[in-house]
Design a protein around this ligand. Structure first.
Ligand SMILES: [Mn+2]
Length: 427
């Protein structure tokens, strides 16, 4: 039986999680090629595509993007969550940049934006596909949502199976509440509709009243987006889109990673007088477990160490990772712990994922050992201490022997130094 909840299981195995496409079919085809997918969305290494939603609007060919993604999803080679633009089409809400769906040309600052317009058949088929999309995908250690993870809202969505019905139900409820509170102004009412409706929160995030209104998306806005990821501290990594970052930026907090690098702004780039075919905006995919961002122009970069430490699963062992920031005293083995406990803890930080290669880890390990021999307590960064500990676990694994008495003394000294650092950090 197929799962119809709005919160569904995410694919297992290695993934390429693609940011907002916004009708940019060429960028999507290029990105799929860069990632090594066939036109049918198949990958020789068994990797799979996951789309973060916002497939449509702004770009030249929204129908082609929906067509492609629908084909991949229906054959089970890809998954996709619903974005706010997709939601608007599902609800048939006409917005500034979804004229194409209603068969009208898109005018931006007085200029026609070239777009494939929908006909009656497309106006039937696109919402029919969007109706089948979940709001959230999840697996142990990893979450996927278009805009914002908020546990209470995810719990509500878990009980629902129809995003349109859930949206309309909350819309009515909030309207009724607002009517009972005549002192609310329009901005208050908008805030209620944004922040209390689970479908709105998951697809477009939480918002707050702005001190001074700002012009965005063709209208004056009194609400601004809240950077919810700065307070996101769950151990599960959350991958999301929606926030249109500059490609050289990363807003990733400790455990939340945004994969939207503004390809939805290409229609504006194309009409710049000095435009010569080189886009500043990019379409990206986040590779899991590699933690590499791959862009449609073929460039790529690894998330920085700080971001990397947030990622869920070790690429060597598949064991769930705990970032330095996520270390609690309770998660660090105490003096009575045996090798088994310490080994388990050692594997919560994959040294190979944090350094270029094995010899790098060996170098760090030798440095930490040198300090231990000189002074008893190794003094190093928590990252280096954990790399040294990971190195011990790998050495024991390769020799097939548990560390001897002297070795255990050294290993316990590393663990104690980690504990001391975390304790000092907490004060
Ligand atoms: Mn969006």
């Amino acid at each position: 039986m197929s799962n119809t909840s709005l919160v569904r299981p995410l694919f297992e195995g290695p993934l390429d999680i693609v940011g907002d496409v916004h009708g940019e079919i060429d960028a999507l085809c290029n990105l799929m090629k860069q990632l090594g997918y066939s036109d049918d969305g198949l990958h020789s290494d068994g990797r799979r595509l996951v789309f973060l939603g916002d497939l449509t609007d702004r770009g030249p060919d929204s129908p082609a993007v929906v067509d492609l993604v629908e084909r991949l999803v229906s054959t089970g080679t890809a998954q996709c969550v619903l974005g706010n633009h997709d939601l608007n089409i599902l609800l048939r809400h006409r917005k500034y940049d979804n004229d194409w769906f209603f068969g009208h040309t898109f005018l931006h600052e007085g200029r026609i934006v070239p777009q494939k317009l929908a006909d009656e058949a497309i106006r039937e088929s696109v919402p029919r596909f969007f109706r089948t999309l979940p709001l959230v995908l999840e697996r142990p250690g990893l979450r996927v949502v278009h805009a914002c993870w908020m546990p209470q809202m995810v719990d509500v969505a878990r009980q629902g199976s129809n995003a349109k019905r859930l949206y309309n139900g909350y819309r009515k409820l909030i309207d009724t509440d607002n009517e009972r509170r005549p002192l609310l102004d329009d901005t208050d009412r908008d805030l209620q509709h944004q922040n209390r409706n689970p479908v709105k929160v998951l697809t477009s995030g939480i918002e707050e009243r702005l001190d001074s209104p700002q012009w965005a998306g063709g209208r004056l806005r009194h609400l601004g987006r809240v950077s919810w990821w700065k307070d996101y501290e769950d151990s599960e990594v959350c991958v999301f889109g929606h926030y249109s970052l500059r490609p050289d930026m990363s807003n990733a907090s400790c455990r939340a990673v945004c994969v939207d690098f503004g390809v939805g702004k290409r229609y504006e780039e194309r009409v710049q007088p000095d435009f010569e075919g080189q886009y500043a905006s990019k379409l990206a995919a986040l590779q899991i477990p590699e933690r590499r961002l791959v862009f449609d122009d073929g460039s790529s970069r690894l998330l920085s160490d700080y971001e990397a430490s947030s990622l869920a699963v070790s690429s060597t062992t598949g064991i769930r990772q705990i970032s330095n920031r996520g270390l609690s005293l309770g998660s660090i083995p105490d003096q009575t712990a045996d090798w088994g406990d310490i080994e388990r803890f050692a594997y919560t930080f994959d040294g190979y994922d944090h350094r270029k290669d094995v010899s790098d880890c060996g170098e760090i390990s030798r440095r930490v050992q040198g300090q231990y021999k000189r002074g008893g307590a190794p003094m190093a960064t928590v990252t280096d201490l954990r790399i040294a500990l990971f190195f011990e676990a790998r050495s024991a694994h390769h020799t097939g022997e548990q560390p001897g008495k002297a070795r255990m003394k050294y290993i316990r000294a590393i663990v104690e130094s980690i504990r001391n650092s975390v304790e000092a950090f907490r004060q």
